[in-house]
Design a protein around this ligand. Structure first.
Ligand SMILES: [Zn+2]
Length: 246
């Protein structure tokens, strides 16, 4: 268990990263790739990156994003790298990060914070909260917000769990056997996790009928989950999610 003080510091880090991202968005909007990079006095270009999404090259002041990815994904990678720059050049954030996390967890926490900030830049929490107030925790918001704001569905999933809170989960499933394309939230299963054949989400995929209610997932259980099929995939938003790890 972590101390209450460390838990508070971690929450405060998330709040401040969201604030930095929102400030950056206001300063450089509209967020074209060019303007995103120019906001930190960098240029940007596409190049093959052999499995990486993006990287920051301080020597040439260039952000490189993976050429093989779709434009919405490249924009997210750009925003992610800008967040690296903003956090790593902020002494206060950096020292709190080192106090709140150690070793391998530090690196993972930094990556998560950069994703959090990138999602906030491209899809402001205000819009997400308005949509949630209107529709409830409806999984259709994953594809609707993505289309409306020209961001990836992964970005929308991250933004939704940020607004819904620490015990929420957003996920996109598909393929045969049905496996996880993308999961957001503290209890999300790893990418590629496979559902057992008799799992209720398989039923959602084959019947097209939504699932609403409690749900067991790989590695976690949800008090309240809502899943629906759309264009061959199953979209899930869940609240009251608990890890099953012992
Ligand atoms: Zn990163």
């Amino acid at each position: 268990m972590i101390s209450a003080q460390t838990a508070e510091l971690r929450l405060s880090l998330r709040r401040r990263v969201l604030q930095r991202a929102a400030d950056y968005r206001r300063r450089v909007a509209p967020l074209t790739p060019q303007r995103l990079a120019a906001g930190i006095a960098y240029q940007w270009r596409r190049a093959p990156l052999a499995g990486r999404d993006g990287l920051l090259d301080p020597a040439s002041k260039t952000i490189v994003v993976a050429a093989e990815q779709a434009p919405v994904r490249q924009l997210f990678s750009l925003a992610h790298e800008v967040m690296h720059y903003l956090i790593e050049n902020d002494e206060e954030l950096l020292s709190d990060l080192h106090e709140a996390y150690e070793g391998r967890r530090l690196e993972a926490a930094l990556e998560q914070l950069c994703n959090l900030g990138a999602a906030e830049m491209l899809l402001p929490q205000r819009s997400v909260l308005d949509s949630l107030a209107e529709s409830g925790a409806n999984p259709r918001l994953i594809w609707e917000l993505a289309a409306r704001h020209a961001v990836s569905q992964a970005t929308a999933a991250v933004a939704l769990t940020t607004s819904l809170g620490d015990d929420s989960l957003a996920a996109i499933w598909g393929g045969r056997p049905m496996s996880l394309f993308f999961g957001a939230g503290l209890c999300a299963a790893p990418r590629g996790a496979v559902l057992p054949p008799n799992h209720p989400l398989n039923e959602v995929a084959s019947s097209g009928l939504p699932h609403r209610g409690p749900l067991k997932l790989p590695g976690s259980s949800a008090r309240s989950a809502w899943a629906r099929a759309y264009r061959g995939r199953v979209y899930l938003l869940a609240e009251g999610v608990q890890s099953l790890a012992r």
